[in-house]
Design a protein around this ligand. Sequence first.
Ligand code: RP5
Length: 162
Amino acid sequence: MDFVSVILGSKSDYEVMKKCIDVLDDFSVKYEIIISSAHRSPQRTKEYIKNAEQKGAVVFIAAAGMAAHLAGAVAASTTKPVIGVPLSASKLQGVDALYSTVQMPSGMPVATVAIAGAANAAYLAMQILALKNEKLDKQLKEDRVKKAKKVENDSATIEKIL
Ligand code: RP5
């Protein structure tokens, strides 16, 4: 059973990451979501990743703020793709988490989305799943058509072309 695993560093990350869950729900994609911290519960994080892989996790999404080492810690424990979501949780407004998440050493990649890029983390995870899932690939292509149509419709409400 292929699924997406979403790991949050803290319950305080949930409000932003709800957008990620909403997108996965919209596309009826299977996921697990748990809270586990790289710093506060490193053993739980490691054990969870091992179990999730055995159950069929195909891609991991790890979201954390401040000195955000969660995505890197996940990447250290799996060779499945890891998507990192840096979050704003301090006076540095997410730049701290962005640098902590994106600056991985060679050979240990984390595909880092924008600060608070919860929805894009879900889309990227689905694009990875869609490599082996034609139905999901079709859904994603249809979604792109819908998005392009919305641009045209929005423009039509205000546009003036000479
Ligand atoms: C990080 O520290 C978490 O991912 C969260 O973004 C931030 C603050 O955590 P709390 O103190 O709110 O639990 O590890």
